[in-house]
Design a protein around this ligand. Structure first.
Ligand SMILES: [Fe+2]
Ligand SMILES: [Fe+2]
Length: 144
C-alpha cells in the first residue's frame, strides 16, 4: 500500500472515534474511544510529519503545503495534550475542547487528502509512495 492509502485508513478510523467521543452518550464508550484515538492520532501525526511532510519539504512544489500541515499537527497535538491531562473527561469544558479538536482535524484531513495528496502524487512516483508506506507503518508501530 502507498503511504497515502495508509494515511486515509487512519483518517477513517480517527473520524469514527471522534464521532463517538463528541456525540456519544455512553461515557465508558466515549472514554475508550478517546484512549484509542489519542494513541492513534499522536503516532499518526508524528509518523506523517517525519516520513511524508519532511520529504515534501525538500521539493519547492510541495514545500509550503507540508509546512502548513505540520503547523496544524502542532495545534492538534497541543489540544490533544490538554484533553489527555484533564481530570474531568466528562465535563462540558472537556467536551467543548474535544469538539474543537474534531473540527480542526476534519479541516486538516480534508486539506491533506485533497491538496497535500495531490501534490505528493505529483512529486513522488508510485514506488516511492509505496516505500514510504512501509516506513510509515513501521514508524507508527514504534510510536504506539
Ligand atoms: Fe493525516
Ligand atoms: Fe496530518
Amino acid at each position: 500500500m502507498t503511504i497515502l492509502e495508509e494515511i486515509r485508513r487512519d483518517h477513517e478510523r480517527a473520524k469514527a472515534l471522534l464521532e463517538t467521543i463528541v456525540e456519544g452518550h455512553d461515557n465508558d464508550a466515549r472514554l475508550d474511544a478517546f484512549k484509542e484515538f489519542s494513541s492513534l492520532i499522536s503516532a499518526h501525526n508524528q509518523a506523517e510529519t517525519e516520513i511524508l511532510y519532511r520529504a515534501m519539504e525538500k521539493n519547492e512544489e510541495s514545500r509550503f503545503i507540508a509546512l502548513e500541515g505540520e503547523e496544524e499537527h502542532d495545534v492538534a497535538d497541543r489540544l490533544l495534550e490538554s484533553l489527555k491531562k484533564s481530570s474531568s473527561k466528562t465535563s462540558d469544558r472537556w467536551l467543548a475542547r474535544a469538539k474543537v479538536l474534531k473540527e480542526l482535524l476534519e479541516h486538516h484531513v480534508e486539506e491533506e487528502e485533497d491538496e497535500a495528496f495531490d501534490k505528493a502524487e505529483e512529486v513522488f512516483s508510485r514506488e516511492e509512495l509505496e516505500a514510504m508506506g512501509g516506513k510509515f507503518t513501521a514508524r507508527k508501530k514504534e510510536l504506539m
